[in-house]
Design a protein around this ligand. Structure first.
Ligand SMILES: Cc1cc2nc3c(=O)[nH]c(=O)nc-3n(C[C@H](O)[C@H](O)[C@H](O)COP(=O)(O)OP(=O)(O)OC[C@H]3O[C@@H](n4cnc5c(N)ncnc54)[C@H](O)[C@@H]3O)c2cc1C
Length: 395
């Protein structure tokens, strides 16, 4: 067994892990682990976009939309932190080189998704997550104080006197590592790999939650699992391709096998998913349809090029015909219980991103709040750990 020594060890290279590393002090030795390849994380898959507080006038309405989608079970303090932290995160991403869609005058162009009462989502075509994560990855890879180990899986934590003192990990060739660190951060993402039909990468199997539970670290709302209304229906095994909610935000409608609408497409995700399930049962079918007939051609070509390309490869042209869709497991609102600094109930163990539960999403996540939540709370955990230390990147 090999022993390694770091100031901070982070399991996970999605936006949560990367943004934490970026904000930790530049004089700290930091290790990042990725279970698979660096691009095998859900952050790379995010399509629709990332929310932002457009202006102070939108605060109440954004807060209410988040609470309403979450069935008012959200932790209000976390919602407030996320919304108030949003502008600084978007400005920072722009400075790092993330390309968001803009108006001709250079201002940000906002799109809308289900359950948002006004457009407030920044996006890059229909591959926003890839754009953000690629830029963050490039920035972190350039930091001399950060080491990234790919294909290395955290299998347990090190615990001494009730405190976390690091983690145990296994490399692809079976070498076992004891990683000693002052602080340990779980950024291990969601749980979709545990489901037969999910939009998530299959390697995301809730490892952080499992390890936390083993050590008596508190978990929260483990049954709060979001089913996305529209994944592309296919009989092929493996990950289900997502049809972004912004398609419905831009006017796409749901149709049954008789070509009739059967629900309000802009209700929160759980409501729309339940309506589709009900219609499928009524019709004794295993999918329904999404039609882009009301979405302007230019919007389809400019905003949804990758969705169109995927559908074309599978025999459907969204410019001409409805596509088959089915609800699929998509997101995990529950997870490792954390406070507003992302501290778990075990000293020196933190959790950020989808594996954590700071209560921001309540019982059901509002579209495009996940990337934002991950980034806002990643920055906070780093600042909390750093105290007054000077960050890798000023934001
Ligand atoms: C298809 C799709 C579309 C989405 N669209 C949007 C959107 O438009 N807007 C939005 O806000 N959200 C969206 N989401 C949700 C959002 O992408 C995720 O919630 C968010 O990216 C989670 O980030 P993360 O850093 O917590 O996890 P991830 O990005 O999933 O990263 C998890 C990391 O943990 C690593 N890992 C896991 N287990 C271990 C282990 N045992 N040891 C070491 N490493 C481990 C993985 O290798 C990976 O690097 C979407 C999700 C999907 C699946």
């Amino acid at each position: 067994m090999k022993h390694l020594y770091y100031d901070a060890a982070i399991a996970g290279c999605g936006v949560a892990g990367l943004y934490t590393a970026l904000h930790l002090p530049s004089d700290k030795k930091i290790l990042l682990l990725s279970k698979g390849s660096l691009d095998t994380c859900d952050s790379m898959l995010a399509q629709g976009g990332i929310c932002v507080l457009r202006d102070d006038d939108d605060y109440d309405s954004y807060f209410e939309d988040t609470m309403r989608a979450g069935h008012y079970e959200n932790r209000r303090e976390s919602v407030d932190i996320m919304i108030r932290g949003s502008r600084a995160v978007i400005d920072h991403l722009l400075r790092l080189g993330v390309r968001f869609a803009k108006n001709p005058d250079g201002s940000l162009l906002y799109t809308k998704e289900g359950a948002h009462s006004r457009p407030r989502i920044c996006f890059h075509e229909d591959v926003t997550g890839k754009e953000i994560t690629t830029v963050l990855l490039r920035t972190v890879q350039a930091l001399p104080n950060v080491t990234i180990m790919e294909y290395t899986t955290m299998t347990d934590i090190l615990e001494e006197n009730g405190q976390c003192t690091g983690m145990i990990a296994e490399t692809a060739d079976g070498e076992v590592l004891q990683i000693h660190s002052k602080d340990t951060i779980f950024a291990t993402g969601g749980i979709g790999g545990l489901y037969k039909h999910s939009t998530n990468y299959p390697i995301l199997t809730g490892d952080g939650c499992r390890i936390a539970e083993k050590h008596g670290v508190a978990l929260e709302h483990m049954d709060y699992v979001q089913i996305h209304p529209t994944s592309f229906y296919s009989e092929e095994p493996g990950r289900q391709f997502l049809i972004s909610e912004s398609a419905r935000g831009e006017g796409a409608i749901l149709l049954n096998h008789k070509g009739e609408r059967f629900t309000n497409e802009l209700e929160p995700r759980d409501v729309v998913s339940a309506a589709i399930e009900k219609e499928m049962k009524k019709e004794h079918v295993d999918h329904e349809f999404l039609s882009f007939e009301n979405v302007p051609r230019e919007t389809i070509l400019e905003h949804f090029p990758h969705i169109r390309e995927f559908c074309l490869e599978h025999g459907y042209d969204i410019l001409k015909e409805p596509i088959p869709i089915v609800p699929a497991q998509h997101y995990f609102m529950g997870g490792i219980h954390v406070d507003s600094n992302s501290a778990t109930t075990m000293p020196h163990l933190y959790a950020v991103g989808e594996t954590s539960c700071n209560g921001v999403h309540g019982r059901n996540r509002l579209a495009s709040n996940s990337l934002l939540e991950s980034l806002v709370f990643a920055k906070r955990v780093a600042q909390h750990i750093a105290g007054e230390g000077s960050a890798n990147i000023q934001s």
